[in-house]
Write a protein that binds this ligand. Structure first.
Ligand code: GDP
Length: 303
């Protein structure tokens, strides 16, 4: 824990936000509220891609070439399963799979996902509170011209190629933020929405019952995952377009407009004004940990 700093809550998906968290970890205290709508059971184990990326990033173990999985992992079980005729939808490393086995055993013993995640984080010596957004099962579905499919089927198996008509979150009507998520938000001086996919990673969190109202009561700063007219990585651009948002930092601001206070965009994009929020520009591309620390320092002085 950092003794004299403020407490923040961060909303996170994958890639961009875990990159940022690695920097924030050097300078301040925070809890992380993580998207679970891309979770799925694979070969008998519960995989939580965004929770795993956050834990591995904070533990210093993440594979920085892909921003998922554990660095230097092997894939013996995955390929052996393939030889046996089981083609897993996700390419799961052996060490990574150990995390999934541990989590699934804890769930089978009766723990909630929140409790199991706390245990996994502790095992990896991560001191920050890592909180699944909800306990209910929510599933991101992508409606394409080739059919309605799980997000991972669209992105991993079909490489994000099919034309997208819509994105929706199955089960979201019954999902609510956990008590721990509500407490973390109440305790926080402010909220950072990390640069993750606004449609598939952040929108599920925002769609939980009462979440937008909770955020309206806090100071919220979002970092754009879009620089210029493209996403730094992943399918955010394609999915934003499908949901009717402009693919630009301004489009990101639109997704968050009813509760956003400050949108942080890249220095190359700082030439517009938000109608309902302030726009500030800095270098938001994180090529290494130093970039992440510098961006974190910039964010901290906004609170
Ligand atoms: P994905 O779209 O399925 O990959 O969903 P994620 O929640 O993993 O989000 C990845 C997002 O991180 C993408 O939209 C990227 O544009 C964003 N991202 C990745 N690296 C960076 C970075 O260095 N800076 C910023 N600002 N965004 C980043």
């Amino acid at each position: 824990m950092h003794p004299a700093t403020i407490m923040l809550a961060v909303l996170s998906g994958g890639t961009g936000t875990p990159k940022l968290l690695r920097g924030m970890n050097e300078i301040t205290n925070f809890s992380v509220i993580v998207n679970t709508a891309e979770d799925m059971w694979v070969s008998g184990n519960k995989v939580c891609p965004d929770i795993d990326s956050v834990i591995y990033a904070l533990a210093g173990l993440i594979d920085e070439t892909k921003w998922w999985g554990i660095k230097h992992d092997t894939f013996m079980t995955h390929f052996r399963l393939k030889e046996l005729g089981f083609d897993e939808v996700l390419m799961i490393g052996d060490a990574d799979r150990a995390t999934h086995i541990m989590r699934s055993e804890l769930l089978r013993q009766g723990m909630s996902l929140t409790e199991a995640t706390r245990k996994v984080a502790e095992t990896y010596s991560v001191e920050n509170e890592i909180l699944p957004m909800c306990e209910e099962e929510v599933e991101t579905r992508v409606v394409t011209i080739e059919g309605d499919m799980h997000f991972q089927e669209f992105w991993v198996r079909r490489k994000g190629k099919p034309e997208v008509i819509d994105v929706y979150f199955k089960g979201i009507e019954d999902a609510k933020p956990t008590e721990d998520v509500i407490k973390a938000l109440e305790k926080a001086k402010g909220v950072i929405i990390g640069p993750s996919n606004p449609i598939t990673s952040i929108s599920p969190i925002l769609s939980l019952r009462g979440m937008r109202d909770l955020l309206r009561r806090k100071k919220v700063v979002a970092v754009s995952p879009i620089i210029g007219k493209t996403a730094v990585s992943g399918p955010a651009a394609k999915l934003m377009r499908a949901k009717g948002f402009e693919v630009s930092p301004k489009g990101v601001g639109e997704v968050y407009r009813d509760f956003l206070d400050i949108l942080v965009v890249d220095s190359t994009d700082g030439n517009f004004e938000g109608e309902t929020y302030e726009v500030v520009a800095t270098n938001i591309m994180m090529r290494n940990k130093e970039d992440a620390v510098r961006l974190s320092e910039f964010l901290l002085q906004l609170f």
